[in-house]
Every structure is written in structure tokens, then in C-alpha cells.
Ligand binder design. Structure first.
Ligand code: 13P
Ligand code: SF4
Length: 303
């Protein structure tokens, strides 16, 4: 039954010139029908390259907004309108405008997990895979990094000569993981390497053998000679890696590492979006698009 729905999605997307983008946290049956899969950075590049007239985003709202900003002439559909990112909604334009007034000589670096509206007043965007490289290249010592204080602290540690100011934001899924869970997982799997996402707290990243974005973690595990890995990011990554490398073993760092927002998109949402009976079209006004684009273009230029 699932196979029939997938076949129909593939048939319809070809017929209608639709490109399906899926973040790596999506379910396997969705990744299988996608044209491109990957982390936030890879998807933002694909959004720029595809020449399909319609793009369906299987991910969360800020990702669909990023596609719209980079491809304003395309019709961009968020497959499930309820899929937001709690971190992206933590800080708004009013709050950051007020903070900027207090720190006028700071470059404002926005994690891509921010709303399009907030990006309009930020200087440069980063993703988890590009953050260290891009902040390093910014020609200002003073950086205001929003909204994720864990990713920001991780970047600050890698680039100690920058003066990085942080606010109290972050990913509720990654930030709830504790060092106690690390000790427990290490005890259960003493031969495994620990790979974690920089959205985790410092006490967790400090214990890791590797810290990186979703695709960084996947590449590391696939290329490594080691056979066992504890995966410190959204639980689906351990599952996808297990399919890709059946001769290795992958253990989620915690069964609480679930992002309900990423999980709410179903194959049927994708099917109905391709048919045109579900999903939400992303509409942004021209000024928001052009102002937010400067922030994303700067990331692509520096990265
Ligand atoms: P990356 O895809 O950049 O690793 O980020 C993970 C994430 O939390 C997506 O919302
Ligand atoms: Fe947002 Fe965290 Fe979910 Fe990523 S995992 S979409 S940052 S809440």
C-alpha cells in the first residue's frame, strides 16, 4: 500500500514538474520519494538550483520560507502546515531590533532556524554545518549570535578570538539531552563512538567524539572504520544510518530525541500536496523576500 502511494507521488511529481525536498529527519518512506534530501544547508542550495515550477518542502516552516526567499517565482508548499520549529519561533523582529539597539557595533548572525521576518534585520545566516566557517570569515570581532545559545557557544569555543554574545534560545529537542544520558549510553555501548549535533548543550558536546550537522554526522558514520555509534541528534538519523550501513550498529543517545514538528509530516501529506489538496503555499511579500535574501546570500557568498 505504501509502495502504491509512493509510485503515485513519483508519477504526479513528474507530470506536474514538482520538486520534493525532504530534510533528513523525515521518515524513510518520504525520503524515498524526494528529489533531494539533506540538512538545512544542502536543502537551501538545492532550493536555489532546482528549476521545477513547484517545490514541496517536507520539513519545517523556516525551511519552506528559505526556499521561497531563494526562489520567489516558484510555488512553494509546506507539506504539513503544522510543522513549525519551536526554536525559530522563540525570537521575533521586535525583540532582536531592541537588542540590536543595545549592541550597534555587533554583526547579527542568524541561525537558519529563524523566521523570514527575523532574517530581514540580520546580517548573515548560518547553518549548523557552516556556522564555524562563516563566523570565522566575518570581518567584525563582535558577533550577536541568535537564537541557539548552544550552537553559538559551540562556535565561540572554536573561534576564541571573537567576542560572541548569546541569547537564551535553543532547540527543545536537542537541548533537553543531559550528560547523565551520555554516561548511560557510553556504559551500555562502551565501544561506540558518540556523534552529536551542536544544538546539544556544551556538557554533551564536550563528551562527544565528533560534533557536526546532520549530514556531518551521517558522513562521519558512513566513512568511519568503527562499527558502533551513539547518535546524538533526532532519533530518525540512527534509523536512516542503520538502513545505509546494515553491518554497523547505531544507538540513539536518548529515545527522547524526537522532534514532533519534523515527525508530523506523513507520506499522505506529501501525496495530498502533490495532488494539490493539502499543504500550505508559502506567501511572503516582496520586501521581506529581498531583505531576508541579503542575509542568506551573505551565507552562500562567505560559505
Ligand atoms: P541541520 O539540518 O542543519 O543539521 O539542523 C538540524 C535541525 O535542527 C533542523 O531543524
Ligand atoms: Fe527545530 Fe529542533 Fe525540531 Fe530542528 S529538531 S526543527 S531545531 S525543534
Amino acid at each position: 500500500m505504501i509502495r502504491n502511494i509512493q509510485d503515485e507521488i513519483i508519477r504526479l511529481k513528474k507530470e506536474k514538474n514538482i520538486c520534493i525536498l525532504a530534510h533528513s529527519y523525515q521518515a524513510a518512506e518520504i525520503l524515498e520519494v524526494a528529489d533531494y534530501t539533506g540538512d538545512s544547508f544542502q536543502l537551501s542550495l538545492m532550493a536555489q538550483k532546482t528549476d521545477a515550477s513547484t517545490v514541496i518542502m517536507c520539513g519545517v516552516r523556516f525551511m519552506a520560507e528559505t526556499v521561497k526567499i531563494l526562489s520567489p517565482k516558484k510555488k512553494v508548499i509546506l507539506a504539513n502546515p503544522y510543522a513549525g520549529c519551536p526554536m525559530a519561533e522563540q525570537m521575533d523582529k521586535e525583540l532582536i531590533s531592541a537588542v540590536k539597539e543595545k549592541y550597534p557595533d555587533y554583526t547579527v548572525v542568524a541561525y537558519i532556524n529563524t523566521t523570514a521576518e527575523l532574517k530581514t534585520i540580520c546580517d548573515v545566516c548560518v547553518t549548523s554545518s557552516s556556522a564555524v566557517n562563516i563566523v570565522n570569515k566575518i570581518d567584525n570581532k563582535n558577533i550577536l549570535f541568535i537564537p541557539d545559545c548552544n550552537l553559538g557557544a559551540y562556535v565561540a569555543k572554536q573561534i576564541p578570538d571573537k567576542n560572541i554574545k548569546l541569547l537564551q534560545g535553543g532547540c527543545p529537542t536537542h537541548a533537553k539531552i543531559t550528560e547523565e544520558e551520555v554516561y548511560k549510553a557510553r556504559k551500555l555501548h562502551p565501544d561506540a563512538l558518540l556523534l552529536v549535533h551542536p544544538e546539544c548543550r556544551a556538557k554533551v558536546t564536550e563528551e562527544a567524539d565528533y560534533v557536526g550537522s546532520t549530514s556531518g554526522i551521517m558522513d562521519f558514520a558512513e566513512k568511519s572504520d568503527k562499527k558502533e555509534f551513539i547518535i546524538g541528534t533526532e532519533i530518525s538519523i540512527a534509523e536512516h544510518l542503520q538502513y545505509k550501513c546494515p553491518d554497523k550498529n547505531f544507538y540513539p543517545l536518548s529515545i527522547d530525541l524526537v522532534c514532533n514538528n519534523m515527525k508530523c509530516t506523513t507520506l499522505m501529506d506529501v501525496y495530498n500536496s502533490v495532488r494539490g489538496t493539502a499543504g500550505e503555499e508559502i506567501i511572503l511579500d516582496e520586501k521581506t523576500i529581498s531583505d531576508a535574501k541579503k542575509c542568506i546570500d551573505k551565507m552562500i557568498e562567505l560559505g
